[in-house]
Ligand binder design. Structure first.
Ligand SMILES: O=C1O[C@H](COP(=O)(O)O)[C@@H](O)[C@H](O)[C@H]1O
Length: 265
């Protein structure tokens, strides 16, 4: 269910979605860069690499790249050179001088070992001095599949065993969406993030979006379980993804100015 921490943006088309996303990133990064330390951003794969890259690169020198670390919210168990690699998609789109901002998921001898070592990377970068704290990402950008998966958390999450010390990262070898082997953030660390933004486009997502915005959380639709405990939640939708929202809901949201609009429960 949308809460009063939920902001909804519905774009008429791809250009407007780009504008919404660029404005959001500019505002969030301006705030985060006024704070101290590294800025940790998690990004997703699929359709997001181009959306995110176009938006953040459009901000030019407003981005303090030397403080930014971009993590994969999930990764397919393959090398960055493989066409399935989420990191590989960003490496192709980011200018070479910014590649050092991209934090790879270690691809080890097994997908479980990759998950274990990725959690160690997170502990070192996100919490160098507070190892027993839960890592709080500054910003997570999530996609959603038509089946309600987000990151690589698919329906029937028993696929995701606790395999790492802190359970911030898990792995699956039975992803129903190829490739089968993946590493992923878990819901506990997702829901500790300070800011979470879904970027969802396409008519195939409309039913899931309706459940995410108007229905309750259910394990059958993992994206509905993303409810940042002390963070803010944004939805960046195109008209197709918002097609099953009530007309007045859509109208109200669509009338919003560029800035996000609080939607009361
Ligand atoms: O396989 C994946 O799918 C989801 C959704 O992708 P989309 O192209 O439908 O937006 C993506 O968020 C995730 O990172 C990826 O591994």
């Amino acid at each position: 269910m949308a809460t009063n921490k939920t902001m909804i943006n519905i774009a008429k088309n791809g250009d407007e979605l780009h504008e919404h996303l660029s404005t959001f990133l500019a505002e969030r990064l301006q705030y985060l860069q006024s704070q101290h330390g590294t800025i940790s951003i998690g990004v997703s794969g699929g359709s997001m690499p181009k959306q995110f890259t176009d938006a953040i690169l459009s901000l030019g020198t407003a981005v303090d790249w030397k403080r930014i670390r971009i993590f994969m919210c999930d990764e397919r168990y393959c090398l960055p050179t493989h066409p399935d690699s989420n990191l590989g998609a960003y490496l192709k789109l980011f200018p070479r001088e910014l590649h050092e901002c991209l934090v790879p998921v270690p691809i080890e001898e097994s997908v479980a070992r990759s998950a274990e070592n990725y959690e160690k990377v997170l502990r070192c970068v996100l919490l160098p001095e507070q190892l027993n704290q839960t890592a709080r990402f500054d910003l997570l950008l999530l996609g959603v599949g038509p089946d309600g998966h987000t990151c690589s958390i698919f329906p029937a999450p028993e696929r995701l065993p606790k395999i790492t010390d802190y359970n911030w990262i898990s792995a699956t070898s039975t992803s129903p969406k190829p490739p089968a082997e993946r590493v992923t953030l878990t819901l506990p660390i997702i829901n500790m993030a300070k800011n979470v933004a879904f970027i969802i486009t396409g008519r195939s997502k409309a039913a899931v979006v309706k459940q995410m915005c108007l229905g309750g959380a259910t394990a059958n639709l993992p994206a509905t379980q993303v409810r940042p405990a002390n963070g803010k939640l944004w939805y960046f939708l195109d008209a197709d993804a918002a097609a099953e929202l009530p007309h007045d809901f859509t109208a109200a949201a669509a009338n919003a100015a560029m800035s996000p609009k609080s939607i009361e429960e």
